[in-house]
Design a protein around this ligand. Structure first.
Ligand code: DC
Length: 222
């Protein structure tokens, strides 16, 4: 790998995207939100009304374009930021992300992006599958209560009417599904550093990771 990469994995609500975005900005790297690609695939499958439980339903990915601009995903030239956050997408994305052809296609696209760009990439299998040679791998965690509260605040800010209990239940279900699927499950890479963000300030975590990362990169260059 000639370009540099920082990989961030962990369950939903652990702080991955907030931390990854801030780090990418500080490092002047491209931020790649791989969850957005699985969500957009789910959105398209729902729009096409294909059978979500069949891995064969996703041939449309061959003719689907994914482009990241300023940290936001455009699928077939449409900005997916808001469309990706619907209840229907959130409830079906784990199933879609469990299909081998879907994973193989999206992983290949993610690796292609990282070939030509310095990236901070977040997801579930970045350190274990997508960027096994990343300069630094981070696995973020937080208690389920804290993660549910963060999601609740996010959705409330978007004007969504949903209870904290409901979010906690759905989060648990999605994490269980993501970490118990057979192919490329959510898992900490052996060489990843693990950080529990439950009672940490996000900026503290960003500073710590920035220092760690720049140390590694600078050592490699001199
Ligand atoms: O990070 P997120 O909540 O937007 O991710 C949505 C779903 O996509 C999540 O339930 C698991 C799946 N996903 C995955 O399987 N692999 C990735 N690299 C990123 C996300």
């Amino acid at each position: 790998m000639s370009y540099h990469a920082l990989a961030i994995d962990g369950p939903a609500g652990a702080g991955k995207s907030t931390i990854a975005k801030l780090l990418a900005k500080k490092l002047n790297y491209t931020y790649i939100d791989t969850g957005a690609m699985y969500r957009a695939t789910t959105y398209k499958a729902l729009s096409l009304e294909v059978d979500l439980s069949s891995p064969k339903s996703f041939d449309f990915l061959e003719d689907t374009e994914f482009i990241f601009k300023n940290g936001e995903l455009y699928m077939d030239s449409v900005n997916m930021t808001h469309l990706n956050r619907t209840k229907e997408v959130s409830e079906n994305v784990s199933l879609v992300a469990s299909h081998i052809p879907v994973r193989n296609k999206l992983v290949t696209l993610q690796q292609e992006i990282a070939k030509d760009n310095n990236v901070v990439m977040d997801g579930r299998d970045i350190g274990t599958v997508v960027l096994k040679d990343a300069d630094l791998k981070v696995f973020l965690t937080a208690t389920v209560k804290v993660r549910a509260k963060r999601r609740y605040e996010e959705l409330k800010a978007l004007g969504r009417d949903i209870s904290l209990e409901d979010i906690e239940e759905k989060l648990k279900k999605r994490d269980l599904y993501d970490s118990s699927r057979e192919y490329n499950p959510l898992k900490k890479a052996e060489d990843a550093i693990e950080i529990d963000t439950s009672d940490k300030d996000i900026y503290q975590v960003v500073d710590l990771l920035y220092k760690k990362y720049t140390n590694i990169i600078n050592k490699g260059e001199f």
